[in-house]
Unconditional design. Sequence first.
Length: 525
Amino acid sequence: MIGTRLKSFAGTCVPAGTFCLMVSVFAALAMAGEPGQLFHNEDCTNFFWHRDFPPGKAGEITDRYVDVIADAGATTLLINTNARRTNYKSDAWEAFFDGYDPDGPDDQAFLTAVPREGIPVYRRGVGNMLEVHEQGVDYPARMIARCRHHGISPWITLRMNDCHYNGIPDHPFHGSFWKEHPEFVRQNAPGYYARCLDYKHEEVRDLYKALIAETLSRYDVDGLELDFMREPYVFSPGEEDEGRAILTAWLREIRRMADAAAASKGHAVRLGVRVPSRPETAKALGLDAVAWAHEGLIDLLVATPRWATLEYAIPIGQWRQQLGDADVTLAGGIEVRYQPHPGGPASIVTPELAAGAAVTMLAQGADAVYLFNYFQDGHPAWSRPVYLKTLRAMRSLETLKELPRRVAVTYRDIVAPGESYRPPLPATGAALDFSIVLGPPPSGPWASEIALDCTCESAPDVLVNGQQCRIQQPSKTAEGPDRVLTYAVPSAALKGKTVHQIDVKSVDGKAMTLRRVEMAIAPKE
């Protein structure tokens, strides 16, 4: 075993399935010696849900929050100001706290649709938004000012179709537009995204255009991000092709608005988008980010999973190839949740898993890492020193490679209607192979291991780049053949490579099932 700095996961038995994995990897190694960019997205509610705001202290507390983000090495802070309402007192949309009486009872009309068990938490969050406002603090403006103080580039990011609480139509999370206009939601769309708005309607596009106009006129931002990952389903199923042209024409209007704002402010106002992790998926949903980049409509493109899991196999090289000479920053998004396969065990990421995801982005040629849901107040539940050290390292592959890291096989959590996709895990077969981007080794002595959560009568053989790996202390996790197995990877197998071919072969020719596959590397202690 490698030791405490390179921990194997605890084996958990989950149902078996079918395995077919070949991660598409484009290893354009980005070995920047100087620290680069780090994008940090701060959502619209976390800040208010997890702290108190004593009288007269809202401004100071806001400043201290940005101070930590600055200390973590963020070069761009994207301040989210909306979901289906805004977290500041808006003239264009309703605020989260509009209609709320902080001194009223739990059964006031505003809270009627909130599940009883959720009322205390919801009152705390919305009440804090109102308290910050009543203390005379314009939350986005204060965040922006503190960013300027630290030399961080301030952006505002807008969620373009947030669908939280879709199962509770009267929830106060929703503004009146959603409640009063059911005719503008997507049609024939099942599940969680059924009540997302349909951008084919001009009224929907005008709703967001009004918020964009207010944002650009009211706040001195360096950039505006349109977050289509909350949510990417912006057209009814079957209408995405027609919708693609509609959305592109609309984006041209937004580009003109951003350029006009830049002229009035005297500095550039850039435009960015967050889209699904694969170009073909984004385009099939009507989000033709590659075309937007070539037309000069966007300056930042973030390829990312939505939420369910880190996605280590984002095809940065494919994005780069399709973008060609387009003048756009390409960032790889990393989430805070780790789940090897749909329905399987999930957890908040460890520092090693996060570092591994960041390495895969930069090692494939991304310009930067983009953090989503990496809050400073216990989500993820890392100590403050670990949080700061891990995030700071993400600005450069050269510094990041010195941290222990773990890369895993996961899946993509956004699929377009009609798109054929099967998650790689769980996996069944007698001979399984895949490619994985582990990135460059540390500069000093190091060790590497592979971990498998496997149902197998005998421990399989594992080869990395054709070299045999040695099994280490196999342990049972339950009665029967379910087990967690770890293998030491020969140092010679990894030298000079960033992308690694891994073969897992049954020794008796019988099919085995893999539920989790991880590869880790760390400096030797």
